[in-house]
Design a protein around this ligand. Structure first.
Ligand SMILES: Cc1ncc(COP(=O)(O)O)c(C=O)c1O
Length: 343
């Protein structure tokens, strides 16, 4: 199978798995796992933060950041396409009792003006605007990279109103590969930020949430409360350390492969719109005359190619270390045939 469904499907390489065997281990819940500690301090440094906490997933990083930063009745401002709003089971409401204020950005990116308009005045009866979230890169925005100047203006607007700020950096390193901007610079003004290891970095699971020492102390308590504390978590952290040592350059390859596939898909007659392809995600729409997205997914699957349906006629293709140029050529050839009516 040529698997373009998501970079979450990246399979750990043999070398990564080998790195696990020799990892020194201890009880993480007691702060005694040296491999996990090494990963946390490495990510904290990389993101320019005081401390970091290893979590089982990016979803847990988002949910715990909301829990640490908000009280029930507070409001979280984010883009309408954000993972936090759409794919986390309504947990901001269920776990933290917050309401969400979705903004209509372009390709997942909103402006300082949008933030200013969304912030609520002090009031006896409105929710309290508390936390601002951005997603770097914006997944449903087609992997769009938040430009630094927009981040800076949004941060300055948010901070001037006393908001807490959080970056969902699931694919921050794809943005870094694209722009060459240091991850710590992107993260500079955020109170909390995390990166995911189970996507382009190729680890089986794990994400690291960074912030101040006080933030991380509170995050640890919530991790424990939610059952996320682990024991010999070094077996997972070792794979993440391996990824930092060996797989960061992969993000640039993934971005380049997506650009080349996107260029070719864009030229197909039935493709009526494509989000700008900036990193490793391609989102495109097909015309009403073409098969539906679900039909296209099914037909491609029979031909050994996996992609995702994200709307009636919207499809998503994601590159990661599972696929290469030859897989891209197969995808384009099979898609061309399916769009021309092939079964
Ligand atoms: C932008 C974004 N945020 C958060 C997540 C959640 O990460 P995880 O799958 O590690 O829980 C994802 C997963 O696809 C994502 O794309």
């Amino acid at each position: 199978m040529h698997d373009f469904y998501s970079d979450t499907k990246s399979i750990p390489t043999k070398a990564m798995l080998k790195s696990i065997v020799s990892a020194p281990l201890g009880d993480e819940q007691k702060g005694e796992d040296p491999t996990t500690a090494a990963l946390e301090s490495r990510v904290a440094k990389m993101l320019g933060k005081e401390a970091a906490v290893f979590m089982i997933s990016g979803t847990m990083c988002n949910e715990i950041a909301v829990k640490v930063s908000c009280q029930p009745g507070d409001e979280v401002i984010c883009d309408e396409t954000s993972h936090l709003l759409n794919f986390e089971c309504g947990s901001p409401a269920a776990i933290s009792g917050v309401v969400m204020r979705p903004l209509q950005g372009q390709y997942g990116i909103f402006s300082a003006d949008d933030v200013r308009e969304a912030i609520r005045p002090e009031s006896r009866y409105m929710p309290i605007s508390k936390l601002l979230l951005i997603e770097q890169t914006a997944n449903l925005g087609g992997g769009a990279v938040w430009p630094l100047e927009i981040i800076d203006s949004v941060m300055s607007e948010a901070k001037s109103h006393g908001l807490i700020t959080h970056m969902d950096g699931a694919r921050l390193l794809n943005a870094v590969a694209k722009t060459g901007i240091d991850p710590a610079r992107y993260a500079r003004d955020f109170d909390s930020v995390w990166i995911d290891f189970s996507k382009g970095l190729g680890a089986p699971c794990g994400a690291v949430l960074a912030g101040s020492a006080d933030f991380c102390h509170k995050a640890w308590r919530h991790k424990q409360a939610l059952g996320g504390a682990m024991r010999q978590s070094g077996v997972l952290a070792a794979a993440c350390l391996y990824a930092l040592d060996n797989n960061i350059s992969q993000q640039a390859h993934d971005n380049e492969l997506a650009a080349s596939i996107g260029e070719r898909i864009k030229r197909l007659d039935q493709v009526i719109h494509m989000h700008p392809v900036e990193t490793n995600i391609i989102i495109f729409d097909v015309s009403a005359e073409a098969p539906t997205a679900v039909e296209i997914v099914e037909r491609l699957k029979k031909r050994g190619v996996l992609v995702g349906a994200f709307g009636e006629r919207r499809l998503r293709v994601v590159t990661c270390l599972n696929v290469n140029k030859a897989s891209g050529d197969s995808l384009v050839a099979e898609l061309t045939d399916v769009l021309a009516g092939g079964n």
